[in-house]
Write a protein that binds this ligand. Structure first.
Ligand SMILES: *[C@@H]1O[C@H](CO)[C@@H](O)[C@H](O)[C@H]1NC(C)=O
Length: 238
């Protein structure tokens, strides 16, 4: 400890003339400022300048998004305020809205929307009739696989029957209650293990099940982000 201190002291000694010069400069600047401005002016100006510098520093360096991207976004945001651009955006929005409304309105033309719960519950027969009515709204032939993205229905096969039977068996279970539903718990564990085996995972590999594509994707990203945190990366990108 002492040797380090001695080292720094000798360093200070070596630069004594320069330090002295800086000290003198600071002192004269101080005198000059205090003779020209009132203390209140000095304090306020210092506070303002410091705030601005911190603001600019934070804007440039402390942000998840790249500076260039943020500048570009700012330019676009400002451009969107121009009346001519605003008119174009409003027109495009109006056109899209009209076309979407026309598209979806035709499929339920004449339908009267239910807007509050019925005072009397429906009988099973009535309920099924009603659902059948709704079912008849469907006009687009998605069964043949002509809808991309999120409808995976294939023509009615044995598989469809199996889904329906499975739903009758397990429709009222809740996997959150692992103690009440050992059947679901076991199947989940087996699915996790099968996937681990598929990816050549050894015995230490574990996993969990999520429902739905979106949650599954986000959970995978979150897992990688948290793994990065655990490795000391302070700003992992998701
Ligand atoms: C599984 O693999 C990981 C990574 O190679 C290793 O650290 C771990 O010890 C392995 N576990 C077993 C039970 O072999």
């Amino acid at each position: 400890m002492d040797t380090i201190r001695l080292f720094y002291l000798s360093l200070l000694d070596k630069f004594d003339p320069q330090l002295h010069f800086l000290q003198e400069k600071a002192r004269s600047l101080n005198q000059q400022l205090s003779s020209t401005y009132s203390p209140l002016q000095l304090v306020t100006t210092t506070a303002l300048v410091t705030t601005c510098v911190i603001g600019v520093y934070r804007f440039i360096f402390i942000h998840e998004e790249d500076l260039v991207i943020r500048l570009r976004e700012t330019v676009f945001r400002l451009a969107r305020r121009l009346p001519v651009v605003q008119r174009q955006i409003a027109k495009a929005r109006e056109d899209t809205l009209t076309s979407v409304c026309n598209d979806i309105a035709t499929s339920i033309a004449g339908h009267k929307f239910i807007q509050s719960l019925p005072t009397q519950g429906l009988s099973k027969k009535k309920l099924l009739e009603k659902l059948e009515q709704y079912r008849n709204f469907e006009k687009i032939n998605f069964q043949d696989g002509q809808v991309s993205g999120c409808v995976y229905k294939i023509p009615r096969t044995d598989m469809t029957d199996i889904y329906q039977q499975i739903f009758i068996l397990f429709g009222d279970s809740n996997p959150l209650h692992v103690d009440v539903f050992p059947d679901i718990r076991t199947m989940e564990a087996e699915v996790v293990r099968c996937v681990a085996t598929m990816f050549h995972g050894n015995e230490s590999v574990c996993g969990t099940m999520t429902s739905g594509g979106t949650e599954s994707l986000i959970m995978a990203c979150k897992t990688y982000r948290d793994l990065a945190y655990s490795k000391g990366i302070s700003k992992p990108e998701m």
